[in-house]
Design a protein around this ligand. Structure first.
Ligand code: C5P
Length: 244
């Protein structure tokens, strides 16, 4: 895979018009976009068509979490919409994850295409040891919980997980190098101090060196004065790190 197959830009904008403007500015540079809850709930499936019509792929970040039947039916819908990647909470359980994977594969076979890559969400990076213990009743290191949920996702037949770049090594060690690690929390050195809420960050080069398969980058590109130039800088850094 080239760097441009591995860079996913987060389209964190409120609506279709803003998404279209950002896609225009990144045309020819970025080929994979993440659509999150805000944009999807505002624009609906049209935003997926908008991205796909420009020849780019969609990671639909809706973090599905419900009973297996409901999630499987939703996975079928997402498969028909042609998303390349989507995610489900690993804490929804093995049956839920298996159902999603089976439904997506069934639709892909029916449509004669590749099934979407399905990722497990392990522990939200907004949770720390204390808040995780509050939720689960078990006091243990976040990384331990991440690895346990990643193993569950692998056993259920998912393609990989979303995790912090700092957790990639532990996930790969537990689940194998072929199990994908998709990492947000990426901050190029030149974007440092963009005064935002990401804490445990790594540069694109360091995330690639840590073994991340796909990098999700939002504000360092989308909030840059020249997003196309920012994306080229990130891509160059990723390419250099992949060759190293
Ligand atoms: O702007 P920024 O580069 O921080 O965007 C990162 C994207 O990845 C956002 O859409 C954010 O919601 C998402 N994300 C994250 N941390 C996670 C999971 C998703 O930052 N653990």
């Amino acid at each position: 895979m080239t760097a441009s197959d591995r860079l996913i830009v987060a389209l964190d904008v409120p609506g279709l018009a803003e998404a279209g403007r950002l896609l225009d500015r990144l045309a020819g540079e970025v080929r994979f976009f993440k659509v999150g809850m805000e944009l999807y709930n505002s624009a609906g499936p049209s935003v997926i068509e908008l991205v796909r019509a420009r020849g780019a792929r969609v990671f639909l970040d809706l973090k599905l979490h419900d009973i297996p039947h409901t999630v499987a039916r939703t996975a079928e819908v997402l498969g028909r919409l042609g998303v390349a990647m989507f995610n489900v909470h690993a804490s929804g359980g093995v049956e839920m994850m298996r159902g999603a994977a089976a439904a997506a594969s069934r639709v892909a076979a029916e449509m004669g295409g590749e099934p979407p890559l399905i990722l497990g969400v392990t522990v939200l990076t907004s949770l720390d040891r204390g808040s995780l213990a509050e939720v689960t009743g078990a006091d243990r290191a976040v990384e331990q919980a991440v690895v346990q949920l990643a193993r569950l996702a692998r056993d259920a037949g998912l393609t990989g997980v979303v995790c912090s770049p700092w957790e990639v090594a532990a996930v790969k060690q537990a689940c194998g190098t072929g199990f994908l690690a998709v990492t947000p929390g990426v901050r190029p050195a030149w974007a440092a101090g963009s005064g935002d809420d990401q804490r445990r960050v790594l540069t694109p080069a360091a995330a690639i060196a840590a073994g991340a398969d796909y990098l999700v980058v939002g504000r360092p590109i989308t909030a840059a004065a020249d997003p196309a130039r920012a994306s080229r800088l990130v891509l160059r850094e990723m390419e250099e790190a992949s060759r190293a």
